[in-house]
Design a protein around this ligand. Structure first.
Ligand code: 6PG
Length: 251
């Protein structure tokens, strides 16, 4: 990637054949991060359609039997401000696909969309994250998350950090409300900010399908987009399938 910041050295693009191979590669990476930490593990999930195959895979015997469910905690990087049972609800999708079947309820940490407004929901979630972390300041030697899953939208947004919106510039708060989305679905959002998302051992983007080729071209060209500003303080991986890969990056 043509960006010159310090995180450049730890960013890698891994190409796989198709969306099934992508989900498997993502599952293997998540399992490796779980195995690498014998203590409490924190995984930040993402919304949209990209991670659904991964979630389905984690629910299968082959994976779920290897997950130490009692010590793995599941968070979400952004949420649509809709009811918990609304089909648009990001954590709701993860719950339906795998969490409600296997994870202890106390290990599932949704963004509270029953709050008065996205701002209040953000404050509540920030307090929850800080209480889990055990401090109000992030320490780069002790990342908040083991893994942060990410997707990229057609405008280069990631989580609910949209181009040219104030949330992308936030450096203090861990979570903020976003009154209006930049792309569909046009519902208010609550999103973790760059300082919180980047505080992870591994950030894992999943990008699949020809629809993503145009935005991936811009990302790989190093354009100043939110998805290019989200960089783990550890390792950042872009898992990309062949259909999403721009022509110029094909062998
Ligand atoms: C959301 C997401 C968002 C998503 C991208 C990609 O709540 O919409 O968290 O950042 O990851 O828009 O979405 P798709 O996977 O549906 O393409």
């Amino acid at each position: 990637m043509a960006s010159n910041d310090n995180h450049q050295v730890s960013t890698r693009v891994i190409t796989v054949s198709d969306s099934a191979a992508l989900a498997k590669a993502a599952a293997e990476r998540v399992m490796a991060r779980i195995a690498a930490n014998s203590d409490r593990v924190a995984i930040c999930l993402t919304g949209g359609s990209s991670p659904k195959q991964l979630y389905e895979l984690l629910a299968t015997d082959a994976y779920r039997k290897q997950i130490p469910w009692n010590r793995v905690h599941w968070f979400i990087g952004d949420e649509r401000f809709v009811g918990a049972n609304d089909p648009l609800h990001n954590m709701g999708a993860a719950r339906r696909i795998f969490l409600d079947r296997w994870a202890p309820a106390s290990n599932v940490h949704p963004i509270p969309t029953d709050s008065a407004d996205p701002r209040e929901a953000a404050q509540r979630y920030e307090r929850e994250l800080q209480s889990f972390y055990g401090a109000n300041e992030l320490d780069s030697s002790r990342p908040l998350f083991d893994v942060v899953l990410m997707g990229v939208g057609p405008d280069g947004h990631t989580a609910s950090l949209f181009p040219d919106y104030p949330a992308i510039e936030e450096v203090e708060r861990w979570v903020v409300g976003v009154p209006k989305a930049h792309v569909e679905p046009f519902v208010p959002r609550v999103t973790l900010t760059l300082p919180a998302l980047n505080s992870c051992r591994e950030m894992l983007f999943e990008v699949s399908g020809a629809d993503k080729r145009a935005i991936l071209t811009r990302v790989l060209d190093g354009e100043n987009l939110p998805a290019n500003r989200a960089r783990s303080i550890g390792e950042t991986i872009w898992l990309v399938d062949k259909a999403a890969l721009p022509e110029t990056f094909r062998e």
